[in-house]
Design a protein around this ligand. Structure first.
Ligand code: ATR
Length: 281
């Protein structure tokens, strides 16, 4: 029997999950396996999830705009998905379909790989944004022992709602216009907004007050080096781009579906970059 997995989104044409998973299927010689993309509009999402197994799928990734709907539609969740109320990975288990969330794992694994000397517990982390990605990252950083999460969002009420909803223990909300204050003594700065993407505006925050030992990272990976990362590099701060989060978040799903823990390698990174039309120097 063919083991099928898919990524479900709307739209889905730009998803690189098929590229990543089919690369690993070939690399590890997984027999009778295929990873497809499924374009599903919101009104059809719940029915799609319900019929997944009868279509031969053993699992799925779920992406924009279905992550919250997937959480609501599934009966079983792992601890992280339950906390975030959002699902990006669906796995067949003996009790039925289980929703998991690997976004925060991917974020941390990327930092571990690209900045192994950086330690989460060493100081406060500053998060710009208060969307779905911010939630996953905030929860993951808290689990890693970050002593304080400083959240800066254009719409302050969303940052407050995020901190309350996740019951973050050491969160501080900063005004958008006061973001520079949040950088004092910080150990990490993360852009979790869409700012920095081609066509969007840039994060304009001055990095002057960020300590020299701080790490700067971005979840935006088109372009690979956002304006924020470029300015951080010019200040000789350590930087990590966002592509690795996309690659690493795929690891736990592949392992759950096919029983092999795949590796994020330079070859995989180059493959995805080439698909984006980027040759890394
Ligand atoms: P997702 O769930 O995918 O993370 P989202 O919920 O739309 O996406 O969140 C987008 C984030 O980018 C939000 O924090 C948003 O700020 P608001 O809550 O104030 O909307 C932020 N964002 C998007 N465009 C922005 C802009 N031009 N300036 C500042 N923040 C912006």
């Amino acid at each position: 029997m063919i083991r099928k997995v898919c990524v479900i989104g709307w739209p889905i044409t730009h998803s690189r999950s098929p590229l990543i998973h089919n690369f690993w299927i070939r690399k590890y010689g997984v027999q009778n396996a295929v990873y497809e993309r499924l374009a599903v509009p919101p009104e059809d999402f719940v029915a799609t999830l319900r019929d997944l197994a009868s279509w031969g799928f053993i699992g799925a990734n779920v992406t924009v705009p279905h992550k919250e709907a997937a959480f609501a539609a599934l009966q079983f969740h792992d601890e992280t998905a339950a906390r975030l109320k959002a699902v990006n990975t669906v796995v067949t288990t003996p009790r039925g379909l289980e929703g998991r969330n690997t976004d925060g794992y991917g974020f941390i694994a990327n930092l571990r790989e690209r900045a192994p000397m950086w330690l989460p517990s060493r100081g406060p982390a500053v998060l710009i944004g208060a969307g779905g990605a911010t939630r996953a990252i905030a929860a993951a950083l808290e689990s890693e022992g970050v002593p304080e999460l400083r959240i800066v969002n254009r719409t302050r009420s969303r940052a407050e709602a995020l901190a309350a909803d996740l019951r973050l223990r050491h969160a501080r909300i900063f005004e958008w216009d006061d973001a520079e204050t949040a950088l004092d003594g910080a150990n990490l700065l993360v852009n979790t907004t869409t700012l920095g993407m081609k066509g969007a505006g840039e994060v304009e925050l001055s990095l002057e007050r960020l300590p020299g030992a701080a790490l700067v990272t971005d979840i935006v990976y088109t372009p690979l080096e956002t304006g924020l990362l470029r300015r951080a590099r010019e200040r000789r701060l350590a930087t990590v781009d966002g592509l690795g989060m996309l690659l690493h978040q795929a690891v736990p799903g592949f392992e759950a579906w096919f029983g092999i823990r795949p590796q994020v390698t330079a070859e995989l990174r180059a493959l995805v970059l080439a698909d984006m039309g980027i040759v890394e120097s």
